[in-house]
Design a protein around this ligand. Structure first.
Ligand code: GLU
Length: 416
């Protein structure tokens, strides 16, 4: 065993279930349950009040068998080595399910970005990158945005790395501003992927997506784009909640208007053409599709029994606890697991990395067309596997991922 905790433990339970069904070779099994590298750094920062604070940062490269480590960097007070290691493992399986040539990584800094100035955040980002500079790079490990980090943070990552290596290196990070090597469509890609797999699931279940009722938790980058694009194909978004409050309108929320309201007020709360809704009130709604697109551990045995939705699309990473997932699966809820449902982000990160390395940039239509194709393929691979092995989609996604990473591990053989 390795020195992690309950979050990594939850990942291992999901992994072990799929590995058992696959009758995975015990040696390969052992290799795939260890993180390849865990880097821990201390980042001193001169704060605006003149004092020096030291922040703890992590970068975990869980597995690099299929290619460079890939995964975001999150800024949050609850970041831990346990969480970052689990998220890096999930990125490994996500990249394999998405069928992009990357391993899995994740980074995090223990901090509260809501209480830091832009200058402090820039200083912290640059110091963190300087501490891990030898471990990252286009061929080694390619970070991206995650919770509380955005394109501006990625611009600082790219600049700091470039200053150290002595030339501009755009492909060291994805999710950058378009003007400096970012890809068109990257910002919307996770939400677009959520829309695509939800549409495919509805097709599979014989549910008409036109007029289907949808409730969304979270109205950030993932939730808002998912809602907008699902409304665009005729679904009726009846409820949205966020960090502050929520809104419900059984006739369907006007999403363009809600987006404008949220852009102005930083919350959907107080939107005029709807009734207020508590976050707790979201789970039991009479809807066809439920999309948790906020944080981890939102759907638990406390609220899972209330869920009436036919499809649950996991826009966030780890929104459903393992017990709640089993309960929902037994009740026939079609759960589209995070490592499939939100893989549109990393898939388009792959497109960004390819464009940066070619120095040739694609039109938005081309990005979206390629994303559509890859998401549909990934959905079909997982669905076919779930039918073949008679398992839920989460276990099936792990089976697809373990097969791909495990097979290459075996082909490459043992060194030394
Ligand atoms: N942070 C995102 C995720 O969890 C994107 C990672 C990436 O694009 O590398 O999938």
């Amino acid at each position: 065993m390795n020195e992690t905790g309950p979050i990594f433990g939850a990942m291992l339970r999901e992994f072990d279930r799929a590995a058992r069904i696959l009758k995975l070779d015990p040696g390969i099994w052992r290799i795939l349950t260890y993180p390849k590298r865990q880097i821990v750094v201390s980042c001193p920062v001169l704060m605006d009040n003149g004092e020096i604070e030291v922040f703890r940062g992590y970068r975990v490269q869980y597995n690099i068998t299929l290619g460079p480590a890939k995964g975001g960097i999150r800024y949050h007070p609850d970041v831990s080595l346990d969480e970052v290691t689990a998220l890096a493992a999930w990125m490994t399986w996500k990249c394999a399910v998405a069928h992009v040539p990357f391993g899995g990584g994740k980074g995090g800094i223990v901090c509260d970005p809501t209480r830091m100035s832009a200058r402090e955040l820039e200083a912290l980002t640059r110091r963190y990158v300087a501490e891990i500079v030898d471990a990252i790079g286009p061929e080694k490990d390619v970070p991206a945005p995650d919770v509380n980090t955005n394109d501006q943070v990625m611009a600082w990552v790219m600049d700091t790395y470039s200053m150290h290596v002595g030339h501009t290196e755009t492909a060291v990070v994805t999710g950058k501003p378009i003007e400096m090597g970012g890809s068109l469509g990257r910002r919307e890609a996770t939400g677009r992927g959520v829309m695509i797999v939800t549409r495919e699931a509805a097709k599979h279940l014989g549910l008409d997506i036109k007029g289907a009722k949808v409730a969304v938790q979270g109205f950030g980058n993932v939730g808002s784009v998912s809602a907008e694009l699902l409304a665009g194909i005729g679904a009726k978004i009846v409820a949205v909640t966020d960090w502050k409050g929520g809104v419900i309108n059984p006739a369907g929320l006007d999403i363009p208007k809600l987006l404008a309201h949220a852009a102005k007020n930083k919350t959907v709360d107080g939107f005029p053409d709807a009734d207020p809704l508590e976050n707790d009130g979201l789970w039991g709604l009479d809807v066809d599709v439920l999309i948790p697109a906020a944080l981890e551990n939102q759907i638990t045995m406390e609220n899972a029994p209330q869920i009436k939705a036919r499809i649950l699309t996991e826009g966030a990473n780890g929104p459903t606890t393992p017990d709640a997932h089993n309960h929902l699966h037994e009740r026939g809820v079609f759960v589209i697991p995070d490592i499939l449902a939100n893989s549109g982000g990393v898939t388009t990160s792959y497109f960004e990395w390819v464009q940066d390395r070619h120095g040739y940039f694609w039109e938005l239509d081309e990005v979206n067309m390629r994303l559509e194709k890859k998401m549909v393929e990934a959905f079909e691979d997982v669905l076919e596997t779930s039918i073949k092995y008679k398992v839920d989609l989460r276990t099936a996604a792990y089976i697809v991922a373990i097969n791909r990473v495990g097979m290459v591990t075996k082909m490459r053989g043992m060194y030394a």
